[in-house]
Write a protein that binds this ligand. Structure first.
Ligand code: 5CA
Length: 437
């Protein structure tokens, strides 16, 4: 993209309404603009981040055997009366009436809808297990939307749902999703710890929240320091080997880690004092096992192996895709701006032209831009070098290719790595090899 022709409106000043770093930086780097309380437009660079996050989430879900689908944002109130959650959900639910006065709502989650779809289309235990997911906008009329996309009212979520015909199967689905989540967060460049958690309005009796540690997090968390050292990610574990999966799950859940709602002061005393850590976390995902809560309430049963009907066992699995954009920045920034992990960066590299209009400088920049293509943001504005440097740091591209007249005359440029601040003078070909590695 050529910056001179892009809608990437960077801001020099800190916006007054933003209280925390990620909100400030998302506004200043031109990623988002607020349209109403807790409702944001994602500008072109922001949309690239969201798309990159969603794509990693999608690849890891697919790899775990989950099937992608797409359910609507608007749901009927009738569906939610079946599970008795229509009244129970309270003022967080955005209720809408259509022109015929039919009651609709903007979906805050999709347990009811997916259960109704399965009820109409699955009759036998032989059709199970299945895990289905979609990546879709949700609406929750939060009392206090704040911190930008971290607590919005409209937000993008990956929500998945598993259906098994017995308890053992449901537990395996839950463990598979935990593994998929650890792999997803690792690829996104963040460390997330699974914590025992309350189930809230989703219900059920087993749940884990995944937290990124950050001092600005909304939840108080208690965890064993061993989590900071061990390899959480299970790269070697196979989804189809139940012994490996069980060992992975045991590894993830024997060390103490809990949010304040589930904090257990006895169990906490059993953790050696030097390893007790209290901090704050940003919840980027949550998984639930709730058995036949919805399948019973909504009358979904299948014919079991012995001919008797059984209510399938369910779990649900959420990842806050739009929240992750903010959470990743919370965990990766400095005083100059964002430091994007390469996998989610809107652009892999900025090409910084220090003397727009100088023939040799322009030519070298154009050549670099042609070679890198869409993953480069070419700063071809007629602006001072100081401003271009500041904007590149603010936007947080992993690499900057800095091209000025003196170097260009010798076919050389400077390559700067954002995270280490390391600079090297190189020929274009060598710089490209490093950037593309
Ligand atoms: N149905 C289940 C799982 S599919 C569910 O809705 N779970 S949840 O309520 O825990 O939401 C899943 C994830 O969405 C959360 O972990 C969080 O990362 C994200 N999320 C929830 N509320 C918001 C919000 N107001 N703004 C941004 N992200 C949110």
């Amino acid at each position: 993209m050529r910056l001179s022709r892009s809608l990437i409106p960077t801001l020099k000043e800190n916006p007054a309404e933003a209280q925390i770093a990620s909100h400030r930086l998302m506004l200043r780097a031109g990623l988002i603009r607020q349209q109403a309380a807790g409702i944001y437009a994602w500008l072109p660079a922001g949309q690239r981040v969201l798309r990159n996050i969603a794509q990693i989430v999608r690849e890891e879900q697919d790899r775990a055997g989950a099937q992608e689908m797409l359910m609507p944002t608007i749901q009927s109130a009738e569906l939610w009366r079946e599970s008795r959650r229509y009244d129970a959900y309270g003022p967080e639910m955005l209720r809408i009436a259509d022109r015929h006065d039919r009651e609709l709502l903007y979906g805050p989650t999709n347990e009811e809808m997916i259960t109704a779809i399965m009820r109409e289309n699955v009759q036998s235990y032989r059709d199970l297990p299945q895990i289905l997911y979609h990546i879709q906008w949700k609406f929750r009329d939060e009392m206090r939307p704040r911190f930008g996309v971290l607590r919005g009212r409209e937000f993008l979520m990956k929500d998945g749902y598993s259906f098994d015909f017995n308890y053992e199967g449901a537990v395996t689905s839950y463990r598979r999703m935990m593994l998929a989540y650890m792999r997803t967060f690792r690829r996104l460049g963040v460390r997330a710890i699974p914590m025992r958690a309350d189930t809230g309005p989703i219900g059920g009796d087993l749940s884990h929240e995944f937290h990124i540690l950050a001092s600005t997090g909304e939840s108080a968390v208690f965890y064993d320091a061993a989590f900071e050292a061990i390899d959480l990610r299970g790269e070697q574990v196979s989804y189809d080997d139940s012994a490996e999966l069980d060992a992975f799950f045991a590894h993830m859940t024997t060390l103490y880690a809990a949010t304040d709602e589930k904090h257990d002061t006895e169990a906490w005393k059993a953790v050696p004092e030097l390893r007790r850590r209290e901090g704050r976390g940003i919840e980027v995902g949550q998984i639930f096992y709730f058995g036949s809560k919805y399948t019973k309430a909504m009358g979904f049963s299948v014919v079991g192996p012995d001919g008797a009907r059984i209510h399938p066992e369910m779990g649900s699995y959420g990842i806050g895709v739009s929240r992750l954009a903010g959470a990743i920045i919370e965990a990766n920034h400095d005083s100059a701006g964002i430091i994007w992990p390469a996998a989610v960066a809107p652009f892999r590299v900025a090409i910084v032209n220090l003397r727009q209009g100088d023939a040799e400088t322009d030519a070298l920049c154009e050549l670099a831009y042609a070679k890198i293509g869409d993953s480069a943001l070419y700063d071809d504005r007629h602006e001072r070098a100081g401003m271009k440097f500041a904007d590149a740091d603010l936007m947080g591209h992993p690499w900057q290719l800095i091209v000025g007249p003196r170097g260009a005359a010798r076919g050389r440029l400077e390559l700067k790595e954002r995270c280490s601040n390391e600079r090297l003078e190189l020929a274009l070909e060598d710089a490209l090899t490093k950037v593309m590695a």
